[in-house]
Design a binder for this molecule. Structure first.
Ligand code: F6P
Length: 373
């Protein structure tokens, strides 16, 4: 019997998703004679049984197309808004899986998608995941699909900001995505020749940042590019978060815990304010006029880089070999030059942030980038 493969994309989109869907499909249909079917808008597509026919014609011409032809969402199987309620839809998803006689469901996504895929595996489904996120924060894989393209976009933006910052003798603060990890900001900051890079892993001291900008002025360089990761925080804010987390762990009752959690959520959601505060403070401490550029979703849009197309194709084809061998419950991980399976339980609940001893940190220090500490 030909195997039947379902596929969905979940979480934030990223360049290279279509290239990965194409690769799975080409190998599954062309090399192994499998059936291939797509589900729309992440896990919601399984709940609502909304499918996309993925035959050879549908897979043609999508290698270079950004986004995902399947659509995506951040819906979780076990807590899905349905009308005015939030319901556990796991059983419905399981039903749809069997209705389509699937042998496996391939889920392309980041941290949340891996958790959700693992839950479905525990509910009895065969799951394989592919690591996709521009944040590069998935554990157990060297890199993730979409990161390289986002890195190039952010680097090009920093390149372009140099000339305008230089002409106007300004500080330009550029906010870069990455959730709670600094990979994108640090990578683009180094590649783009930023003068300051602030990442969540290294809480910053505003005076250290201002001093490094003043120092540049003393050498006649009256402009600076400050890259700030969206999760970056000052040393005071880091202290607040730490003590909140401590109290939350100690809190005896659920109500107190939830209150503290809510406080923390609100605090973290004020990113735009944090970047604005940082920029205003730098302006007043250095006397240099300052501006903010928020790259936002530009970093996720458009055609994937050659590296991401290659990665997508390697991940997708390696995934079909696992299906052929009926080895499920794994993420296809990048390990050096290889794509290897890693058990889902080893991936979920972990987050890969920039370790303090990482070579990029050393590199940044060596070329004189101020990291704010
Ligand atoms: O995880 C990818 C990412 O782009 C993060 O860098 C960012 O914090 C988040 O998604 C933005 O999500 P949304 O597109 O839902 O606003």
């Amino acid at each position: 019997m030909a195997k039947s493969v379902g596929v969905l994309t979940a979480g934030g989109d990223s360049p290279g998703l279509n290239a990965a869907i194409r690769a799975i499909g080409k190998a599954a249909i062309g090399s192994f004679g499998m059936q291939f079917i797509g589900f729309r808008d992440g896990f919601r597509g399984l709940v609502e049984n909304r499918t996309v026919r993925l035959d050879e014609a549908a897979l043609s011409g999508i290698l270079i197309v950004g986004g995902t032809l399947l659509g995506t969402s951040r819906d979780k199987p076990h807590r899905m808004p349905i009308g005015s309620k939030v319901l556990d839809m796991t059983d419905t998803i399981v039903e749809t899986y069997y209705k389509h006689h699937l042998d496996v469901l391939v889920c392309l996504g980041g941290g949340g998608t891996h958790k959700n895929g693992f839950r479905l595996q525990q509910a009895g489904l065969n799951i394989i995941t592919l690591p996709k996120t521009i944040d590069n924060d998935l554990a157990m894989t060297d890199t993730t699909l979409g990161f390289d393209t986002a890195l190039s976009i952010a680097t090009e933006a920093i390149d372009r900001l140099h000339s305008t910052a230089h002409s106007h003798h300004r500080i330009i603060v550029v906010e870069i995505m990455g959730h709670n990890a600094g990979w994108l900001a640090l990578g683009a900051g180094i590649a783009g020749g930023a003068h300051v890079v602030l990442i969540p892993e290294i809480p910053y001291d505003i005076n250290t940042v201002a001093n490094s900008i003043r120092q540049r002025s003393r050498y006649g360089k009256n402009f600076s590019i400050v890259v700030v990761a969206e999760g970056a925080m000052s040393q005071e804010d880091a202290k607040f978060i730490k003590s909140n987390e401590k109290s939350s762990n100690k809190a005896k009752n659920k109500k107190a815990k939830n209150l503290l959690k809510e406080q923390l959520k609100q605090f973290k959601s004020q990113q735009a304010d944090n970047t604005r505060n940082l920029t205003e403070k730098l302006e007043s401490l250095t006397g240099l006029e300052s501006r903010i550029t928020t790259l936002g979703h530009l970093q996720r849009g458009g055609t994937p880089s050659a590296t991401d197309r290659l990665l997508a194709t390697r991940l997708g084809t390696a995934c079909t070999h696992m299906i052929k061998k009926e080895e499920y419950g794994v993420m296809m991980a990048v390990k050096g030059e290889q794509v290897l399976p890693v058990k889902l339980e080893e991936v979920v609940g972990k987050r890969k942030i920039v370790p303090m001893n990482h070579s990029w940190i050393k590199t940044a220090n060596d070329v004189g980038i101020c990291l704010g500490n």
